[in-house]
Design a protein around this ligand. Structure first.
Ligand code: KG4
Length: 333
């Protein structure tokens, strides 16, 4: 089965063609340069840019896969969560294409894409597994029971982990999006230099909170400025990153133990973080757990994961009606 996947939930316009589980093409138009000067995604600009890119990106994905639209058996598009204006562009385009060409269509939850993105590589974890999904808009822990059932165990009560990376980067004068820059700067720093707080919340809670950590970094930066001291960028980034990684890893392991699960999977933009992968690998070895991470190019938003999740959804539940609408909050959990 040839599946065309379309993703436009935030600021990346993406399309991919999969033959069952195998990627034939995956292309992306990244809007980082459009939003960089604002230090964050501007929804209006994002949807306008999606309008310009959606058709050329789909044409490119088909051409790179060596496939004609007439050969496509299923169109899968992100239905939510995300920015409504952005979602509407990709979702409406996909529905129109499916309607006109009489191709079955399915709407996909973006989070399901991230939970399953690990299958786009050579690693194939076995179910059930604990999935930590960390991006600019989410920090959630799911219990993935199979390709269709995902139980939400915990989520952030304020900022998402990627949002915290982006905001700390802004405080330190690093470019947008901040995650990769904070991570690169942290590589040369001492993670024990500043002991930033870790929000463990209540015992037994799988929720996260990163707003206190963000404020602690801001307070540290302000104190240094008052003292006219030079900002130790490497050390601050390493100490901040360690605090985020510590909580993400230990809460995921705690969730695995509480549900007697021995396989852990990560996904979402922040899962590209090297330190996060390093600490997960070590801690899972210590606990006797199996750990799987997606290929770096499938951590951040992409359409291959949407095509994959759509393929499994269609096989189980069949096609969607054309009356389906987009939604801003995840329907999972
Ligand atoms: O999944 P994603 O593309 O979707 C959105 O939520 O838009 O994730 C983007 C987020 C941004 O916050 C970015 O700063 C963060 O993932 N990110 C990282 C790294 N690479 C991307 N955060 C930490 N370390 C990284 N290497």
């Amino acid at each position: 089965m040839l599946v065309l996947g379309i993703e436009s939930s935030c600021d990346d316009t993406a399309a991919a063609v999969l033959e069952n589980n195998r990627i034939l093409s995956s292309v992306l138009n990244c809007q980082d340069l459009v939003h960089a000067k604002f230090g964050g995604v501007v929804p209006e600009l994002a949807s306008r840019r999606h309008l310009q890119s959606i058709h050329p990106i789909v044409v490119e994905a088909l051409s790179k896969a060596g496939v004609q639209l007439s050969g496509i058996n299923l169109i899968a598009a992100t239905q939510g969560p995300g920015l409504i204006g952005s979602l509407l562009v990709g979702f409406s385009y996909a529905k129109a294409l499916a309607h006109v060409r009489r191709i079955p269509f399915v709407g996909v939850d973006h989070m399901a894409g991230h939970i399953l993105s690990v299958f786009l590589g050579t690693e194939k974890p076995s179910f059930p597994y604990i999935a930590l999904i960390v991006s600019g808009g989410t920090s959630s822990i799911f219990l993935a029971k199979d390709f269709h059932q995902f139980e939400l165990l915990g989520r952030t009560r304020d900022d998402a982990a990627g949002e915290a990376f982006d905001k700390v980067a802004k405080m330190l004068g690093l470019p947008y999006p901040g995650g990769p820059h904070v991570s690169a700067t942290a590589a040369f720093g001492d993670p024990r230099y500043v002991r930033f707080p870790r929000a463990w919340l209540e015992e037994q809670s799988f929720d996260f909170s990163f707003s206190g950590l963000k404020t602690a970094v801001l307070n540290h930066v302000n104190q240094q400025k008052i003292k006219n001291a030079e900002l130790q960028l490497h050390e601050i980034c390493a100490s901040f990153q360690e605090s985020v990684v510590d909580v993400l890893v230990e809460k995921s392991i705690f969730a695995a133990k509480a549900h007697n699960i021995h396989t852990l999977v990560i996904g979402g933009g922040v899962s590209a973080n090297n330190r996060l992968r390093e600490v997960f690998t070590r801690r899972c070895q210590e606990e006797g757990f199996t750990f799987h991470a997606p290929l770096p190019q499938y951590c951040t938003d992409n359409a291959a994961m949407i095509a994959l999740a759509g393929y499994h959804k269609f096989n189980k539940h069949g096609a969607h009606e054309m009356g389906e609408d987009v939604y801003s909050r995840s329907q999972l959990g």
